[in-house]
Design a protein around this ligand. Sequence first.
Ligand SMILES: [Zn+2]
Length: 83
Amino acid sequence: MKFDRKKVIEKLEEKKALAPCQRCGQNNFSVLDQMTNFSVQEDTQGFVLGGATVPAALVICNHCGAITPHALGALGLLNSEEN
Ligand SMILES: [Zn+2]
């Protein structure tokens, strides 16, 4: 399923994730057109290529550049049948 930033914006509004920037207090954000994946692993040694990830949307403060990730799973945007 293609990443859809409009759906992310809808979900963030629906969940009232609308607080001002946690760094600078301004209230002007962009949701990136692309998503990211955070690599996660249980072992503290080494780096597991191709291992588990947490897919996330990135919200960027237009004033100070602080980046806030939102897990797509928590927003209900993983494994959706909608396209
Ligand atoms: Zn900011």
